[in-house]
Design a protein around this ligand. Structure first.
Ligand SMILES: NC(=O)c1ccc[n+]([C@@H]2O[C@H](COP(=O)([O-])OP(=O)(O)OC[C@H]3O[C@@H](n4cnc5c(N)ncnc54)[C@H](O)[C@@H]3O)[C@@H](O)[C@H]2O)c1
Length: 331
């Protein structure tokens, strides 16, 4: 059955989600803070700033206000960077009605509070909307998904009907959506993979070869699983699409900013200039997640090594050598 979908954020991922939903047979209103992006979508069904080369489905229509975007939507998808999710949801909250579901696609922990994004939504949405909160994750690189390359996602929500709604909204001929009730596991995995992708890029930059990169990926994954379990999620989730799946997509994609940052570090290039000119979400994750891990009494050597590199000027080669010799190897 066709429904109305709102997408808040017309960046790479918001536009790819809008495209997926439209191709699944739904009508989409996409909203952005950037008027020129909306004007281009209206004029030519393109979003050349964020997704060049993609012609959008005719059912992806720009909304001139948040109100217009959400008013008739059964499902509202939030696709802005994690550090602005609170601001956007706070603006949208008074415009929403009971029965509308809100699913977040941003990956990260809120800086300062270390809250997961669904916790941020819970704080910002009125009580009668909280059962409708969901999360989207998985190995879904926007530029591939929008070009109809086969892609899989996870829709997680405490209420199975909400995960089911997200699934029916996005699943189409090339997008498959798995459903999960493990919101914590999906969110923590999706967040940490951005940090660990920096470590995998580091292996590329240092030219250490496939054996080292695979070893570090396995150690990173076991750290991810530790954190998931400690925060109340399921270990299995770290080994599913949101964890292992997305870690491989991000840690091996030439287009990933997180992986590229690590590669630049490993090569001895000016990675600070790279970070200064664009958002590399894994950097904030390293800082926030390490603080959270320490407060929980968790010892996560890869995360601590990344922190030493990014914030304490540690040497990349020495850091990786220490990780390989001192971290427990997952048998
Ligand atoms: N790009 C991907 O392949 C991909 C895949 C999965 C998940 N994600 C997640 O989706 C989220 C968005 O990523 P993206 O790649 O689409 O980012 P992007 O940089 O392509 O787009 C960001 C969007 O957020 C909007 N925005 C920025 N600041 C804002 C503010 N203060 N108020 C309102 N809107 C604001 C921008 O206008 C833009 O529409 C991230 O958390 C990312 O981890 C991205």
């Amino acid at each position: 059955m066709s429904c109305q979908v709102a997408v808040l954020g017309a960046g790479a991922f918001g536009t790819a989600l809008a495209q997926a939903a439209a191709h699944a047979g739904h009508r989409v209103r996409i909203w952005s803070i950037e008027e020129r992006v909306l004007a281009e979508i209206e004029r030519s069904r393109r979003n050349s700033a964020y997704l060049p080369g993609v012609r959008l489905h005719r059912h992806v229509r720009p909304a001139s206000s948040l109100e217009e975007a959400v008013e008739a939507a059964s499902l509202v998808l939030v696709a802005v960077p994690s550090q602005v999710v609170r601001t956007v949801v706070r603006q949208a909250a008074p415009l929403l009605r009971p029965g509308q579901a809100v699913a977040n696609a941003a990956k990260g922990l809120e800086e300062g509070t270390a809250l997961r994004m669904s916790q941020v939504l819970e704080q910002e949405l009125p009580g009668d909307l909280r059962p409708g909160i969901g999360t989207i994750a998985g190995p879904a690189i926007a530029r591939e998904m929008a070009r109809r390359r086969p892609t899989s996602l996870v829709a997680a929500a405490r209420e199975p009907e909400v995960a089911g709604l997200v699934c029916r909204t996005l699943q189409n001929a090339w997008v498959r959506v798995a459903v999960s009730r493990d919101v914590i596991g999906v969110e923590v995995s999706a967040t940490l993979k951005n940090a660990y992708a920096i470590a995998l890029g580091l292996c590329d930059g240092l030219g250490l070869g496939a054996n080292v990169k695979a070893t570090l990926a396995a150690i990173a994954l076991s750290e991810m699983a530790e954190m998931v379990v400690c925060l109340g999620g399921r270990r299995d989730t770290a080994y599913g699409l949101a964890g292992l799946g997305d870690l491989l997509a991000t840690g091996y994609s030439p287009h990933s900013r997180n992986r590229t940052l690590g590669e630049k570090m490993g090569r001895g290039e000016d990675w600070r200039a790279f970070v200064a000119t664009r958002t590399v979400e894994g950097v904030a994750v390293v800082e926030t997640a390490l603080g959270l891990a320490r407060s929980l009494g968790l010892h996560l050597p890869v995360l601590a090594g990344l922190h030493a590199l990014l914030f304490q000027g540690a040497d990349p080669g020495q850091t990786v050598r220490s990780l390989l010799s001192d971290s427990p190897l997952p048998a």
